[in-house]
Design a protein around this ligand. Structure first.
Ligand SMILES: [Zn+2]
Length: 475
């Protein structure tokens, strides 16, 4: 290992207390998407104190920032995610106990996502200074990943322009660089307008906006049979009227349309728009479409994944104290065994069933899962990945079998298991950034891999050019 990398890894160990405090502070604040003002400021302030020049409030989002250190080529980026999830408030205890009833919590572990980017950036900077390394590093504070807002607006507004490669770290159940790609997606609201009347006395004078919402849902549910298997279309009715004796003059649904490729999302989305028009015809309503956001399907990068895994192995995964193992074991009792086994069977993790009786996974996996094209969730990391070689890795912060977006993940994120994950991830991040700064062949290989994946594809931002981040959607 190069002395620069050794120095950066040592820096994280020496500054563990700073990073631990940031991780737990962000966990404690648990600010939801676009409201991560304290979280964004904390990170930006620390980066500024460490010699980064910071631009705040980028792409029209108050919590978004870019922190830059160094000059010239290459330019290596690190993404920090900032947001928590509503309803997942939970103490750092191995049994269910919300900190605040219905409060938010880091059930996706983005406190670790933020800390790893911060730690990686600070440690890489320290090594760059000490060894006089050329190049530029950028730490991006990215709001509202959960609602797929932050990065796609930042990409549209050119914030990621000029970046030669970009890294992200998402806390997970394993120490790995998963090569699967999530679904592309559109998020959109449909507002239907009808006419109120007495539902008992004069229904013939009313036009029900709720009828249109329901008929549209029926149409989409019939459409389901004729889309590719990995497609996901889901909705909620945000407003369906007030009381049964008033014909609802207004109703609103919120749709996610997801599919394994961006062009399929475009196709299915057009179809859904036509179904909304059909609902108008049937119900006699009119409607407005409010497009919130859209993202691409993910694009992994094999040379970056291999560099990440090599660094993980050189550094070594964290080990756990008896107390931590006992915490994990107790937390694991809240997850039905069948659910855990089903999750393992469905995962593409090599030798997954060996984890049937394991609570924290300490293995380090070779890059895996490339056969998974689409399916499941979506991430705005994809829109960065369509513009520059990008790889997201995970380190074990959650217990094996815990569902995504769960109180169990909030609990372990807030424990010393979560902190260890962030420190390890900071080291891996810094080491890989230093590889990219000092090994032109790695950067060239990453670029080549990216070009091969982008063959025949052109990035077209899913957002209309004048669309603003949905700051007005916050309660
Ligand atoms: Zn997440």
């Amino acid at each position: 290992m190069s002395t620069a990398k050794e120095m950066a890894i040592g820096w994280v160990s020496e500054q563990a207390e700073l990073l631990r405090r940031v991780h737990l502070q962000v966990w404690d604040w648990a600010e939801v998407g676009l409201k991560e003002l304290k979280t964004g400021k904390l990170l930006a302030d620390i980066l500024e104190e460490h010699g980064f020049s910071v631009e705040r409030g980028v792409a029209g989002m108050p919590s978004a920032f870019v922190a830059t250190y160094g000059s010239g080529a290459p330019v290596i980026g690190m993404m920090a995610e900032l947001d928590a999830l509503p309803g997942l408030s939970q103490e750092a205890l191995p049994y269910r106990q919300p900190r605040e009833e219905n409060g938010a919590g880091h059930g996706c572990g983005h406190c670790g996502y933020a800390t790893a980017a911060l730690g990686g950036a600070l440690a890489a900077r320290a090594a760059m200074e000490q060894f006089g390394l050329p190049g530029t590093i950028k730490c991006f504070g990215c709001p509202a990943e959960e609602t797929l807002v932050g990065k796609v607006f930042m990409v549209r507004d050119g914030v990621f322009g000029g970046v030669d490669a970009c890294l992200g770290h998402h806390p997970g159940q394993a120490n790995s660089a998963m090569m699967g790609s999530g679904n592309a997606m559109n998020s959109v609201k449909f507002e239907f307008y009808g006419k109120a009347s007495h539902a008992g006395g004069s229904p013939e004078q009313g036009i029900s906006a709720l009828d249109a919402v329901e008929l549209m849902n029926v149409g989409v549910n019939y459409m389901r049979e004729h889309v590719v298997q990995e497609t996901r279309m889901h909705y909620v009715i945000e407003d369906g009227g007030h009381e049964p004796n008033v014909v609802p003059a207004y109703a609103r649904s919120w749709y996610y349309v997801r599919a394994p490729t961006r062009d399929l999302v475009d196709k299915y989305y057009e179809w859904v728009l036509r179904i909304a028009e059909g609902a108008d015809l049937m119900a006699g309503t009119t409607h407005k479409v409010r497009f919130l956001t859209g993202v691409h399907n993910g694009l992994p990068n094999r040379p970056l994944a291999e560099a990440i895994v090599a660094n993980m192995r050189a550094i070594g995964a964290p080990s756990y104290t008896d107390d931590e193992l006992a915490f994990a074991a107790e937390l694991a009792t809240s997850i039905p065994r069948e659910q855990k086994l089903t999750g393992l069977r469905r995962s593409l993790l090599p030798d997954a069933m060996a984890l049937a009786d394991v609570d924290i996974d300490t293995r380090i996996y070779d890059p895996y899962g490339e056969e998974r094209k689409g399916g499941g969730g979506s991430s705005d990391v994809a829109d960065v990945a369509w513009n520059t070689p990008t790889m997201q890795f995970s380190t074990a912060a959650f217990i094996v079998g815990a569902p995504g977006h769960s109180w169990q993940n909030t609990a372990s994120s807030g424990s010393s298991i979560g902190v260890k994950s962030s420190l390890f991830a900071s080291q891996v991040m810094a080491a890989t950034v230093l590889d990219l700064l000092t090994e032109p062949e790695l950067l060239a290989a990453a670029r080549q891999d990216w070009q091969a994946r982008m063959q025949g594809l052109t990035y077209k931002c899913p957002l209309p050019p004048d669309l603003e981040p949905p700051l007005d959607q916050l309660d």
